[in-house]
Design a protein around this ligand. Structure first.
Ligand SMILES: [Zn+2]
Length: 194
């Protein structure tokens, strides 16, 4: 373990939490197990802010993420990504903002297949989706400004969370709102808002 390993969020010192096989996934709780990859993945925990991350992924480039994780088999280990999670999040947002949302510009950052924004447009929202792995020819600076930005289950997927937060802030209108959710280390979803 690299003794000088620092937290990418707060620069705090970190301790080894666990090491698991690369093919371990959240679907194991549903009885679906992939064969062992034989590659260990270290997870460390920040002693100061509690952020959990996999330091070995920090040096991967986007092509490596695309090849090894966000590939054609990704839906096998995160089937809710396709429809269940976007539909649940759309329902929550519609009930949270009501008709007021129709007059604001909304961006779903890290929106994958764009399903959440699509569902919201059916409810008369001005929603667009952006995902670095889908909209590869679009730069963040080209997107414009948004009154509401959502980033559901995005923070735990990016190696540089400071860059992510700086991108989100650069896209936010004055008095805009960022809503995000991420996983706690016990697997529960934790929502936060700015
Ligand atoms: Zn930290």
């Amino acid at each position: 373990m690299d003794e000088n390993l620092l937290c990418p969020v707060c620069n705090g010192t970190c301790s080894l939490l666990d090491a698991v096989d690369f093919n371990k996934s959240c679907e194991e709780k549903n009885g679906k197990f992939l064969s062992l990859a034989g590659t260990p993945v270290r997870y460390v925990l920040c002693n100061q802010c509690g952020f959990c991350f996999a330091p070995d992924f920090a040096n991967w480039n986007p092509e490596e993420f695309e090849e090894k994780i966000y590939n054609g088999a990704y839906n096998l280990v995160d089937p809710d990504f396709v429809e269940i999670r976007p539909r649940a999040n759309a329902g929550k947002l519609v009930s949270m903002f009501g008709d007021r949302a129709h007059s604001i510009k909304h961006l779903d950052y890290g929106g994958g297949n764009g399903r959440l924004a699509e569902l919201l447009r059916e409810s008369n929202w001005q929603s667009v989706s952006y995902d670095t792995f889908v909209d590869k020819n679009t730069r963040v600076e080209q997107l414009g400004k948004f009154d509401l930005i959502t980033a559901f289950e995005v923070f735990e997927h990016v190696p540089d969370v400071r860059k992510l937060m700086s991108d989100l802030l650069s896209l936010l209108s004055p008095n805009g709102l960022i809503l995000f959710s991420t996983l706690l280390s016990d697997g529960n979803i934790n929502s936060n808002q700015k």
